[in-house]
Write a protein that binds this ligand. Structure first.
Ligand SMILES: NC(=O)c1ccc[n+]([C@@H]2O[C@H](COP(=O)([O-])OP(=O)(O)OC[C@H]3O[C@@H](n4cnc5c(N)ncnc54)[C@H](OP(=O)(O)O)[C@@H]3O)[C@@H](O)[C@H]2O)c1
Length: 279
């Protein structure tokens, strides 16, 4: 199973997230790839991620014969408001320059000359899109046109902002990465826009943001039928409704369990039950 955006670039069906791994990042990325993950998500934002240590893992993997082209690498530009004193660019420069500097440093960290996906970590504006948002998006479009990113996308975006981007941007996003709450119909409004524009929707915090539904008897019944746990049911459900899930597990057994959902199948009734469980 792969997910494909409107520009025909395929993404693997599951993505390994590297947030909050700190010094364990190098070892965990290698473990994730050995377990079967081929897509890695990071960001040039030292508060939450260590992109350089992802790069160390990639060097070690290359030595073991795992080629760069066999992996899908996604990283992000994080605006200055989401950085600390270790901002990976000169924040006194204009936004276009900041993006250029951050992207160059990402390529250095990851020991590559291209990324598969480059994502804006979040718009500058809370509502709508302002001048800074259009400037940052134009900078991402420039990177996409240069061929150094095969896809560009946006994270932490609301439906109104995504609609605006789709209507007015020269290059529409190919990827959206959002926190996915069951109580919001699993981010239904944003997913609808993605579906209409053939944008790949990536969901994070599928487990951590939805603890309250993991104990639901309907989900337990599906888990029992499949001989699995409610957590795997959620990941498989996500895939079946078109969400490319992220997991940030630090446990080898959990990595394998998460990937194994590719072999499960929920019935349309089961999918419908979970889709509407918390609405
Ligand atoms: N764009 C953004 O702003 C943003 C924000 C947050 C996250 N992200 C991305 O999304 C990635 C994932 O974040 P997340 O919030 O979804 O996940 P996460 O916070 O890393 O948490 C996953 C949790 O689920 C548990 N888990 C996973 N598989 C399991 C299994 N099979 N059995 C039992 N427990 C399991 C993990 O525990 P164990 O470690 O014990 O398995 C962990 O506690 C991040 O690493 C990052 O790349 C992006």
């Amino acid at each position: 199973m792969t997910f494909t955006a409107y520009n025909h670039v395929p993404l693997p069906f599951f993505m390994y997230g590297t947030a909050w791994k700190k010094e364990a990042t190098t070892q965990l990325v290698q473990l994730a790839v050995a377990s079967g993950f081929t897509a890695i998500d990071t960001a040039n934002q030292i508060i939450h991620y260590d992109e350089a240590l992802v790069g160390e893992a990639l060097l070690a993997l290359a030595q073991k014969g795992i080629k760069r082209e066999s992996l899908f690498l996604q990283t992000k530009f994080t605006p200055a408001g989401g950085q600390d004193h270790r901002t990976p660019y000169d924040a006194s420069e204009n936004i276009t320059t900041q993006v250029g500097q951050s992207f160059d440093s990402s390529l250095k960290h990851l020991h590559t000359n291209y990324v598969d996906s480059y994502v804006l970590h979040g718009p500058y504006s809370r509502m709508g899109l302002g001048r800074d948002d259009w400037e940052v998006w134009a900078a991402l479009e420039g990177i996409y046109r240069s061929g150094q990113a095969k896809m560009i996308g946006v994270s932490n975006v609301n439906a109104a902002q995504l609609k605006l981007l789709c209507e007015k941007a020269a290059v529409k996003p190919m990827v959206v990465q959002n926190r996915c709450y069951a109580v919001l119909g699993w981010d239904q409004e944003v997913r609808e826009i993605c579906r209409a524009n053939r944008i790949v929707y990536q969901g994070f915090s599928l487990l951590t943001a939805n603890q309250q539904i993991l104990g639901h008897p309907g989900i337990w019944a599906i888990a029992k039928r499949l001989g699995t746990s409610p957590l795997q049911v959620i990941f498989r459900f996500a895939m079946q409704i078109g969400i490319l899930p992220l997991t940030g597990t630090s446990n080898e057994r959990h990595m394998k369990e998460d990937l194994s959902v590719i072999n499960m199948e929920l019935s349309p009734e089961e999918t419908r039950l979970i889709e509407t469980i918390a609405v």
